[in-house]
Write a protein that binds this ligand. Sequence first.
Ligand code: GLU
Length: 283
Amino acid sequence: MRICALPPLAPTYRGRLAPSPTGFLHLGHARTFWIAQQRARAAGGRLRLRNDDLDAARCRPEFAAAQIEDLRWLGLEWDEPVVSQSERLPLYRAALVRLHAVGAIYACTRSRRDVQAAAGAPHDGDEEPLFPPRFRPPADARFPPPVAPVTTNWRFRVTDGETLTFMDGREGPQTAVAGRDFGDFIVWRKDDVPSYQLACVVDDNDLGITEVVRGADLKLSTFRQLLLYRALGLPAPAFYHCALVTDERGVRLAKRNDALALRTLRAAGRTPAQIAAEGGWIA
Ligand code: GLU
């Protein structure tokens, strides 16, 4: 009898576009999402659109609708349906409970102001100031499990001095040191909202994402997310961080930068092909 050994099946590439509906998309988003699509196509894979709409105070449905319209105009295509994070809270809560069960998080009563005052200026290039280790509860402190609605911040305890690495698809090996480059970070806010870090990890895993393509400004977040994957016992995807688009003064584009919003460019008569050609994106 001949036994025919089949080669192991390579997982199908699955990527995602994950805008937050807090403003209009600009050239920087367009470039990142364009690259995400190119990478998915080159791998013969699939792409999902994830609407990162957890922060009710900052997200607006009209921005979510505008993003879809702008992305379609740009020529981006994704597999339906669109996933909205606001509809997936039970999944994030289950992950929070799991993090508590494995002792990875603690309830933190320090306010943002406390942390800012102690940390001085926000950490270089990163929005979250380094959490002072002296604000941390002792390692053996026990906390009752988080129950809904959550009314205190829950923070992930990092191991100070631990070196973390990952292989970036564009930039090669990346390293950060926990406690130096970033500190204990929030996984659930006291206004009962999951943090971007936690929701992103849960979704990327749940949607079977094999490669995360996003802007280089989120590289430090990738290290935090790697810690969450590990604590939750989940496999991490591959990562590819795109270079950031800057304005003529070399400043990174922000959503308030309306001059380079896709809608402004579109209204001024620019076509997606021109925008891609001028930006020198991979065609
Ligand atoms: N929604 C996040 C943002 O717009 C990006 C999330 C991600 O790609 O991981 O900054």
